[in-house]
Design a binder for this molecule. Structure first.
Ligand code: SF4
Length: 235
């Protein structure tokens, strides 16, 4: 486990962010939505599901159920039928109806901006709350999904497995203006270089600053791979 000073963590994060910005530039949200409710729905449906799958479902769903009232008044069976092409559809159908009803009852039909209020909605955890706060309301927030959590740990920025604690750790290290992009960048980085089952530290542009890649054992493997003139590998 990395136990680095705050100064060291800030320097790693700064260097990593510069590289990530060069690699991925300005990022657009990949979920399709036209208002805060639709983004919330996309976030709830997105658990263990790709954004492409969510977009396919919501393209039909938002036409049939154009506003929050339609979701609140839907039967559980109908909602399940609408979203049954994606995983965990039973729980997600329950969460969509429950969230719509709670927003109408407790929040006057408006999607709350407060993290605690968002997380009081069924199916909404820290990740979806940060998604809505950051990407819709523009409130600085870090979306800590599995990629962001894993890579932030490997970089040496957090020792926790808990997304809420990781987010708090990152907030102490990263400048506020980088929070929204940090989450987006690490999702892309987790798909391209730093996969859960194969960390391609040899080719990864963060390997200079990354705490994991700078461990002696990993440096040794990277040197051996370079000697063999390899361009990729799992480390
Ligand atoms: S250097 Fe390796 S561990 Fe670090 S971010 Fe890149 S792929 Fe992941």
């Amino acid at each position: 486990m990395a136990n680095l000073s705050l100064t060291k963590k800030k320097s790693i994060a700064e260097e990593a962010y510069v590289e990530l910005e060069k690699l991925y530039g300005k990022q657009e949200m990949t979920l399709n939505y036209s208002n805060a409710w639709e983004l919330l729905v996309g976030g709830i449906l997105g658990a263990q599901t790709t954004d492409e799958q969510v977009n396919r479902v919501t393209a039909v769903l938002f036409k049939k159920y154009p506003n929050i009232e339609d979701f609140a008044n839907s039967s559980f069976e109908n909602m399940m039928q609408e979203i049954n092409s994606i995983g965990l559809y039973r729980n997600k159908a329950k969460a969509l109806i429950g969230s719509a009803q709670k927003i109408l009852k407790d929040f006057d039909g408006k999607i709350p901006t407060e993290r605690k209020a968002l997380m009081s909605l069924p199916g909404v955890g820290p990740k979806v709350a940060s998604l809505v706060r950051g990407d819709y309301y523009g409130i600085p927030a870090i979306v800590v999904d599995t990629h962001c959590g894993r890579i932030s740990q490997l970089l040496g920025l957090s020792n926790s497995q808990n997304p809420t604690i990781i987010e708090k750790d990152l907030m102490k290290i990263l400048p506020e203006e980088t929070w929204i992009n940090w989450g987006h960048y690490l999702v892309l980085h987790g798909r391209k270089y730093c996969k859960a089952r194969c960390r391609n530290c040899l080719a990864c542009p963060l390997n200079d600053c990354c705490h994991y890649a700078n461990k002696k054992s990993i440096q040794k493997k990277i040197t051996e791979a370079k000697e063999q003139q390899l361009e990729d590998g799992c480390f």
